[in-house]
Design a binder for this molecule. Structure first.
Ligand SMILES: CCCCC/C=C\C/C=C\C/C=C\C/C=C\CCCC(=O)SCCNC(=O)CCNC(=O)[C@H](O)C(C)(C)COP(=O)(O)OP(=O)(O)OC[C@H]1O[C@@H](n2cnc3c(N)ncnc32)[C@H](O)[C@@H]1OP(=O)(O)O
Ligand SMILES: Cc1cc2nc3c(=O)[nH]c(=O)nc-3n(C[C@H](O)[C@H](O)[C@H](O)COP(=O)(O)OP(=O)(O)OC[C@H]3O[C@@H](n4cnc5c(N)ncnc54)[C@H](O)[C@@H]3O)c2cc1C
Length: 596
């Protein structure tokens, strides 16, 4: 299995590299090689970006050609057995020895072992290691080091290195996630990645970065990328589920009628059409986020880090919500395919196991939403002090006078309704924190006591951002389209708004003048819209344009030969090589004869 995956992985990365294509293409074509993950994902997904983001130009000149030509294979080892979320609590140490101009890497105890890095087990010979930097007896916090861990000729672990694979997981079983320990392992001073902080030969620590969190930059980049990844993942899953639902016929609602396509059931449309819509919403939002990200990078190149806090808040909540929505909706696609959705050959299990992991790695869902909430509460307090709000929080102004937003069920009105919900929930958090403080709590305890509400407020803010961006970007991008295309894409973005308005009626009743009658109207409009979308459903997923080799699904192939493919795959199962398994003779027969 591992050998096959490495072969496929190299064909993928070297083949595409020869064509000089970019890593997103690499990422997309890699799907034609793997149902799961390439052991080289971290090399291109984090090792290379960290060299670019954390190294000086001189260090980049040394390491980047080696990495891009695959002369070295890297990964990103930050998480430890004992810490993943709390980076400041990482235990691996890097202590500077001025007498030899080296750092000594140490794994003080079992919980300090690096754990999880993709490709670390058997594939990588180098890695980025986040370690607590000590020099002249002072700890300066976690810093990135580039460390060779295996001999590039023999691939043997270097002396002082303990490395291996962490074992089977829910999914990602081709990612070769590994563990790594250091026993007084020495690396040259120059292996500290010195764009944001330096240590001089005599051990003096020099802070370069204008912002304390630039070391976390790679994670922001990956979070931004993952939003797009999730759109792609969900688009694959709903292509499989909609095509299968068009082929599958089941039950007989009317005695004298043939069994209908299950896609004709309103409940099936309710399960699946939000998936089509969400894939579009996340794709458009990811492009908007990427443009925001590149804008912040440009500002930072000019020495201005003012826009970084908003990017961190946006990338945190969008990564959290896109991965959470995608995991839930891919599982919904699996539910929609009945028993056959549970077959590994449908590819829905692999898509689900990838998406659900993404809800955790690169920042746990709850932790990232609390990061966004921190920014939202700070912004509210700045608004109270009369300071200007950042663009994505402009809607907070409307809540200033505390008046309830009047409900308007037009698409733009629903977007404003979500703004009111987000503003109302943030305001409720601020009120809760202040109440606890007035009752004698310190700020940290008051914050902790409000965290359930804070996670909800961050989700509401993110939903409002997605709704607004989806609506605006659809209008902008379809301006020049034919009326037919424009109408269908407008139906999808309206469906997204109606779906989430019905999911959040409680909040809308609390923070707008929404009434019982309005809810009945929303429900009726939503159901009517499902029927309108039905004729275009297969065309809409065909428009995602996935080749069968990329979908790798017995249920989702273009020709619809579902039962033939399921049987073909079944016959390939090793157990079917012989009519009678030798376990019969070894165990079952003796048992039947009472000889066990
Ligand atoms: C084969 C082809 C491949 C092609 C690939 C191409 C592309 C692929 C793309 C993606 C795919 C790649 C890989 C995917 C697969 C697997 C990868 C998994 C890798 C990992 O899984 S890798 C480990 C990830 N592990 C985490 O994700 C840890 C999460 N834990 C944290 O992130 C921190 O621990 C935090 C933030 C919780 C607390 O950190 P803390 O305790 O130090 O800070 P604190 O909370 O005290 O905040 C103090 C002030 O810093 C600000 N602040 C914080 N963070 C900031 C940031 N990032 N930027 C700017 N400001 C930031 C705050 O906003 C605040 O600001 P203020 O004071 O103003 O409020
Ligand atoms: C498939 C996969 C691949 C990975 N690849 C890599 C890799 O290549 N490199 C790497 O370095 N890491 C990698 N990771 C590790 C990943 O980044 C961490 O697992 C992730 O950051 C979560 O941290 P944790 O495991 O410590 O969870 P924890 O933070 O321990 O989460 C446990 C629970 O505690 C809660 N919690 C934690 N802190 C708080 C808080 N402040 N407030 C409220 N609740 C809190 C969480 O919400 C969660 O419910 C990978 C993980 C997976 C699953």
């Amino acid at each position: 299995m591992y050998g096959q995956i490495v072969r496929d992985g190299l064909v993928n990365v070297t083949g595409i590299e020869d064509l000089g294509l970019t890593s997103p293409v690499l990422q997309r074509t890699s799907d034609a090689f793997f149902k799961e993950i390439s052991p080289f994902l971290l090399h291109f997904g984090m090792f290379v970006p960290t060299i670019i983001g954390q190294c000086t130009p001189e260090q980049q000149a040394k390491w980047l050609p080696l990495a891009m030509d695959l002369k070295i294979i890297g990964t990103y080892a930050q998480t430890e057995l004992g810490h993943g979320t709390f980076i400041r609590g990482l235990e691996t140490t890097a202590t500077y020895d001025a007498s030899t101009e080296q750092f000594i890497l140490k794994t003080p105890k079992l919980s300090s072992y690096k754990w999880w890095a993709g490709g670390l087990g058997k594939t990588a010979n180098h890695c980025i290691v986040l370690a607590q930097l000590y020099t002249k007896g002072v700890c300066h916090g976690p810093h990135p080091f580039i460390v060779q861990i295996r001999d590039t000729e023999t691939h043997m672990p270097l002396p002082g290195i303990k490395v291996g694979e962490i074992g089977p997981k829910l999914g990602f079983n081709t990612a070769d996630n590994g563990f790594l320990g250091f026993e007084d392992f020495r690396i040259p001073r120059e292996n500290l990645m010195m764009k944001n902080a330096q240590v001089t030969k005599d051990g003096t620590y020099v802070k370069v970065a204008r912002h304390g969190k630039l070391t976390y930059g790679t994670m922001v980049f990956v979070r931004v990328m993952l939003v797009s990844d999730m759109a792609y993942c969900l688009a694959k899953a709903v292509t499989i589920a909609v095509r299968y639902s068009a082929v599958r016929r089941q039950s007989q609602p009317k005695p004298d009628q043939p069994e209908p396509q299950v896609l004709d059931y309103l409940t099936q449309q309710h399960k699946l059409f939000i998936c089509i819509s969400t894939a579009h919403a996340m794709k458009l939002t990811s492009t908007w986020l990427w443009n925001t990200f590149t804008g912040v990078l440009a500002d930072m190149r000019d020495g201005n880090t003012d826009t970084l806090p908003e990017l961190h808040a946006l990338s945190s909540c969008l990564k959290a919500i896109s991965t959470s929505d995608t995991s839930a909706l891919i599982e919904q696609c699996r539910f929609a395919c009945g028993g056959h959705g549970y077959m590994y050959s449908s590819n829905l299990p692999a898509l689900y196991s990838f998406a659900t992991a993404t809800r955790t790695y690169e920042g746990d869902y709850t932790v990232l939403l609390l990061q966004t909430a921190r920014f939202l509460v700070k912004s509210w307090e700045q608004m109270d002090e009369g300071k200007p709000l950042t663009p994505t929080l402009a809607y907070l102004e409307q809540s200033r006078n505390g008046s309830q937003v009047s409900w308007d069920d037009s698409p733009e009105g629903i977007v404003r309704g979500f703004d009111a919900v987000a503003a109302g929930r943030i305001g409720a958090c601020v009120k809760s924190i202040r109440k606890h403080i007035n009752n004698g709590m310190d700020y940290e305890d008051a914050w902790q006591m409000t965290t359930v509400q804070l996670v909800g407020a961050a989700e509401a803010h993110c939903r409002a951002v997605i709704c607004r961006v989806y609506r605006d970007e659809t209008a902008r991008l379809t301006a020049g389209c034919s009326p037919g295309v424009k109408a269908v894409l407008d139906q999808l973005s309206t469906l997204y708004l109606l779906y989430w308005a019905l999911e959040r009626t409680g909040d809308l009743l609390r923070f707008s003048s929404l009434s019982e009658r309005d809810i009945e109207n929303l429900q009726a409009r939503y159901e009517a819209l499902l029927l309108k979308i039905r004729p275009n459903a297969v065309g809409l997923v065909d428009a995602f344009d996935f080749r069968d080799e990329v979908l790798m699904s017995t249920l989702g192939s273009y020709d619809g030969r579902v039962y033939e493919r399921l049987m073909e795959e079944a016959l390939k199962t090793p157990l079917n090589r012989e009519p009678v398994s030798d376990s019969f003779h070894k165990y079952i027969k003796p048992m039947m004869q009472g000889k066990l």
